[in-house]
Design a binder for this molecule. Structure first.
Ligand SMILES: Cc1cc2nc3c(=O)[nH]c(=O)nc-3n(C[C@H](O)[C@H](O)[C@H](O)COP(=O)(O)OP(=O)(O)OC[C@H]3O[C@@H](n4cnc5c(N)ncnc54)[C@H](O)[C@@H]3O)c2cc1C
Length: 345
């Protein structure tokens, strides 16, 4: 059954049984977009959404990194912060170490890489390690898009958040298929509104709340602002703040008074996620969901074509079947098992 539904597109499947466009969008994208995923991927995500539930780490997302750090240090490991990798070194078709940006070289029997897959293959490794066909497949396969995120610290005394009716709301004011191309037409886009301080009140000062507004935003729409690594043209800050204000205004149609309740605002764009998250083109959530945009042959990319190099993280599977962070954690466990089983090689 898994094999069969792996090759069926959710669009074909849903169109076979349903006629209502809105219902097809809702069931097919868990939101307001037309379905593009394989049926099996969609089934996994509905299982997470409707049966397992969305996980929220009781320790907060930073808590997961803190726990990992404790385990590494507790086992006499060493963590070197701010030590970017310049190149993953390969000898005799086997990964043997890494060179840092500062020129230091470390040798290791196994290398586990958590940078995104395109970056790893196309930027952190010598191209001679791969066939030109493989490089073409990696380059031409697409990632998920980036987004504009507005992080708000609010005083909610005069704001009725019960109107959200949930901690996590997907809101879209209109459906206009013909004009879906305008990235700044927020009325015609799905806006994710997250009230995480309801889950973790300690994330905000007493009596205050935080709210995150998220909307997809193509990297290309922002790239002309970029001058270099973490460098933007004059006017970028003002432009992104204006865009954030426009997004807030759209959200005000369901949360009136939001603008006047804001005390702190931070805005992240595709360039933020590229510069600070170090993701290729600021991509948010792994490989593109539409398999027609993917030319890779294997759904799990953990065992890179280069022996002794293991790829983990959200880009190590073509379909993040457990969602983002859980799939990343799962990939780390698989890589650890692989090393334990193959350590003699
Ligand atoms: C705005 C936003 C919201 C999201 N919301 C959710 C959510 O609600 N739930 C969810 O499950 N997922 C969410 N995701 C996806 C989430 O980012 C991933 O699920 C998770 O962070 C993936 O973990 P990772 O380890 O694969 O990648 P990352 O957390 O991106 O880790 C990769 C690490 O590699 C480092 N790196 C890259 N290049 C180098 C180099 N050359 N040298 C050294 N280090 C390098 C980066 O600095 C980074 O620390 C969100 C992503 C974004 C951007």
């Amino acid at each position: 059954m898994i094999k069969e539904y792996n090759n069926v597109s959710s669009e074909t499947y849903l169109n076979r049984f349903l006629k209502d466009d809105e219902l097809i969008r809702l069931l097919g994208s868990q939101g307001s977009y037309f379905p593009v995923m394989s049926m099996i991927h969609l089934a996994f995500l509905w299982n997470v959404m409707s049966k397992e539930g969305i996980w929220f780490p009781s320790c907060g997302v930073h808590g997961i990194s803190d726990l990992l750090q404790e385990v590494v240090i507790g086992n006499e490991g060493e963590i070197k912060l701010n030590s970017g990798i310049k190149e993953i070194l390969v000898e005799d078709n086997r990964a043997v170490g890494v060179e840092l940006m500062n020129g230091d070289v470390y040798s290791a029997k196994w290398i586990i890489v958590n940078a995104d897959y395109k970056k790893t293959v196309l930027k952190l490794m010598n191209k001679n390690n791969f066939s030109s066909e493989y490089l073409k497949h990696v380059k031409n396969s697409k990632y998920t898009s980036s987004e504009l995120s507005v992080y708000l610290g609010i005083n909610s005394d005069n704001l009725d958040l019960t109107k959200m009716r949930a901690n996590h709301l997907f809101y879209r004011a209109t459906y206009d298929d013909k004009n879906e191309g305008d990235p700044e037409n927020f009325k015609n886009k799905e806006i994710e509104i997250c009230d995480w301080s309801n889950k973790s009140p300690e994330f905000a000062p007493k009596g205050k709340k935080n709210l995150i507004l998220r909307v997809t935003m193509p990297y290309e729409h922002f790239k002309h602002w970029k001058l270099g690594d973490k460098m933007k043209k004059d006017g970028y800050q003002e432009y992104k703040k204006n865009l954030a204000r426009k997004l807030i205004k759209t959200v005000e149609s369901i949360l009136p008074g939001l603008s006047s309740s804001i005390e702190v605002m931070e805005v992240a764009t595709p360039l933020t996620y590229e510069d600070w998250g170090q993701r290729s083109h600021g991509s948010i959530a792994g490989w593109n969901r539409d398999m027609k945009n993917i030319y890779m042959k294997h759904k799990s990319l953990i065992e890179n074509p280069i022996p002794h190099l293991l790829h983990v993280g959200i880009y190590s599977f073509l379909e993040p079947f457990l969602g983002g962070v859980p799939t990343s954690i799962y990939s780390g466990c698989l890589a650890a098992d692989h090393i334990l089983q193959n350590n003699e090689i």
